[in-house]
Design a binder for this molecule. Sequence first.
Ligand SMILES: Nc1ncnc2c1ncn2[C@@H]1O[C@H](COP(=O)(O)OP(=O)(O)OP(=O)(O)O)[C@@H](O)[C@H]1O
Ligand SMILES: [Mg+2]
Length: 422
Amino acid sequence: MIFFGKLGIYNVISPKAYLSAWYTCNNSKTRLSWHALVIVIIRNHLAVIELSFKKIKPGQEILITTNSAFYKNVYESRVISVDKDMLCISIPYYKGLFVPLNVGFVLNLRINTGDEILCFTSEILYRNVSERCFFLRLPLHYKTQEKTSNRKCKFVTVTSSKGGVGKSTFVINYAIALSRLGKKVALFDADLGMANIDVLLKCNTSYNIVDVIDGRKNINEVISPAPGGINIIAGGSGMQRLSNLTSVEYSRITNGFNFLESNYDYVIFDTSAGLSKNVTSFIYSSDETIVLTTPEPHAITDAYSIIKVILENNREVALKLVVNKCETPAEGAEVLNRITNVVKNFLNYSMEPFGTIPESKLVSRSIKKRNPYILAYPSSKVAHSIEDLAEKEVQSVLKEGNSASHSNNPFINRLLKLLQNA
Ligand SMILES: Nc1ncnc2c1ncn2[C@@H]1O[C@H](COP(=O)(O)OP(=O)(O)OP(=O)(O)O)[C@@H](O)[C@H]1O
Ligand SMILES: [Mg+2]
């Protein structure tokens, strides 16, 4: 049985485990038989699995998807306990509501253990409704999500033609929503005139990117933790210096950005309104640009103008449109369609109608509290709308892969080249 089993075992065992077992066998004083080799391989394999599953601890966050056509979203849950190969998790929820999954459902789980993200599939064996938990069996295989060093980071610029349309408010809440879906997000305040992310988030950013350029700090030391699990980086006046760096400054800043590129899933830039040379350089070097507007007529025409100017200089950009401060969903949908249709008809460009966000008094209330609305009012419509956008983004990356269009050339090289030629 065991001997027969070895044929299939290569599919589930890592080459490393196989080699280490082979080495063990060949180094034994008496050469071991294939039976023994297979046993050693299985033992090694199980030991590796056990070691990884030992990292699963109560309280860790889990993201769940199912294979069911009815339950297509990404659901959140937590580890309650692990006992040998049995895993107990809280009943998954979505937007604050429990999801009625039943015994027999097959779940795809992603557990963030801190060191790595363990991904595996398992079936609900038992449901304890009064305790609000499910029991699943830990499987014999799992995979870890891409290691940090091969992580594909998406650089996203958020821009608008008109000031005050809600860019900073949007980036903060969008970044937190992405982070809640298991993404590692850095928010970069690249607004030259009115940098205010730290104020809005009640965070201390004692250092900024100038300290990295001047060699006083490395990038780690200018990254500040912020509410909602995100990190923020203040650009400060460093943004203006990027176009004129000495060679040593150049290598400091490239090292810093390469660190971000390999350690984050998203780096999101909040920019100042309008198309300065600085802002266009960020747009053309980013993997994606979100243009934000509101339903006011002058904001709509301004949005069209900025899209036109962006495309006139370079059509190799991925533009998405978000309409903020919509009085009704119908108004939002109408503006979204109107702008994307005009862009299609007159500029021959397919712009993604990413979504809409309602106008809400809770936004200014949350700003006064300096607590992002997604955290202060998690069950509000405005919080749900930003969660929808983050989920749409995560789902599209899951389906289509990271659309990072310039993946072979690091972001910072593209940016510095554009800034220096400006
Ligand atoms: N969905 C919304 N509903 C109601 N008010 C909103 C909404 N989004 C943003 N606001 C309000 O709009 C104002 C401007 O927001 P914010 O500072 O985020 O805009 P901005 O585009 O970053 O501005 P600037 O161009 O000056 O950087 C804030 O007072 C905020 O409360
Ligand atoms: Mg702003």
